[in-house]
Design a protein around this ligand. Structure first.
Ligand SMILES: *[C@@H]1O[C@H](CO)[C@@H](O)[C@H](O)[C@H]1NC(C)=O
Ligand SMILES: *[C@@H]1O[C@H](CO)[C@@H](O)[C@H](O)[C@H]1NC(C)=O
Ligand SMILES: *[C@@H]1O[C@H](CO)[C@@H](O)[C@H](O)[C@H]1NC(C)=O
Length: 251
């Protein structure tokens, strides 16, 4: 029996390891979705993860420091510049999330976009957001310094299918009261689908699959080893029994 213990213990360790790797990461979502906001905006960070039955609390880190917030939603009712930075969350049955960056800007106008890296063929959406949503008129969107779109009343600018030449720097400007204001510019990069896939897979090799194959290979080796050692033991005990039988038949 002692011969069976090390592989059995080893199997338990491996399965515990697999369970730890399976613990999925929590995810932080922003509501509304913008990762750049203006001072005094309202932002809710939502933690999506698995909770154990007995514990509904959530951990939140801001710039790597654990905060006192324990609810699944982290409300920033009146954003200040110090609220900028990286946020992570974790629930009882999830691994800590990847960080989500929030930028709180000061100014009259801010260009907001759901993604700064866009796959070719997907839409680009731009919003000319004003401080405290004060009305803006005669809004113009610019791409690499050239006017692309004009709205008398502020509206989002949407490019339905991004092409590589839509990469570049964007800003918006408009009239608030009597003032002619401009946003800072934002860099948007359009990538080919294939290219982004290759980048992603070279950064994130399929470790799970590699680990899975290694474990299966090892299990097979251990299994085969056990099979032969059990067979050898059986054979030697048969020989011993034969010997005993021969011996008892002897006289
Ligand atoms: C957990 O659930 C209890 C009961 O439903 C509730 O009173 C409490 O506020 C919750 N706590 C958190 C951190 O959500
Ligand atoms: C968090 O980090 C950001 C950017 O590094 C900084 O602007 C912000 O003031 C920091 N806030 C706190 C509370 O540490
Ligand atoms: C705002 O100012 C720019 C120059 O800074 C000018 O070209 C533009 O016409 C002005 N916009 C309006 C609507 O007056």
């Amino acid at each position: 029996m002692w011969q069976l213990l090390p592989p059995a213990a080893w199997l338990l360790l491996v399965s515990a390891d697999i369970r730890a790797a399976d613990l999925s990461k929590a995810v932080v979502h922003l509501d509304p979705e913008w990762d750049r906001v203006l001072k005094n905006d309202r932002v809710t960070l939502k933690c999506q993860g698995t909770y154990p039955v007995e514990d509904n609390s959530t951990k939140w880190w801001h710039n790597g420091t654990l905060t006192s917030k324990q609810t699944s939603s982290y409300l920033i009712a009146d954003a200040q510049v110090e609220d900028s930075g990286e946020y992570n969350c974790q629930t009882g049955l999830s691994a800590p999330s990847d960080p989500v960056k929030l930028e709180v800007h000061e100014g009259w106008l801010l260009l907001q976009t759901p993604q700064r890296v866009v796959n070719a063929g997907e839409p680009i959406q731009l919003k000319c957001h004003s401080w405290k949503k004060i009305p803006v008129v005669k809004v113009q969107y610019f791409h690499n310094g050239r006017g692309k779109k004009y709205f008398h009343h502020n509206s989002d600018f949407r490019i339905p299918k991004a092409q590589l030449e839509h990469s570049g720097s964007y800003f918006c400007r408009g009239i608030i009261g009597t003032k002619n204001e401009s946003s800072e510019s934002v860099q948007i990069t359009v990538v080919q689908d294939l290219e982004s896939l290759q980048t992603v897979s070279s950064f994130f090799p399929p470790w799970h699959q590699i680990a899975f194959c290694l474990v299966m290979g090892l299990l097979f080796a251990v299994d085969t080893g056990l099979y032969f050692s059990v067979q050898r033991n059986l054979r030697s005990s048969e020989e011993w029994r034969d010997g005993k039988v021969t011996w008892s038949k002897g006289p």
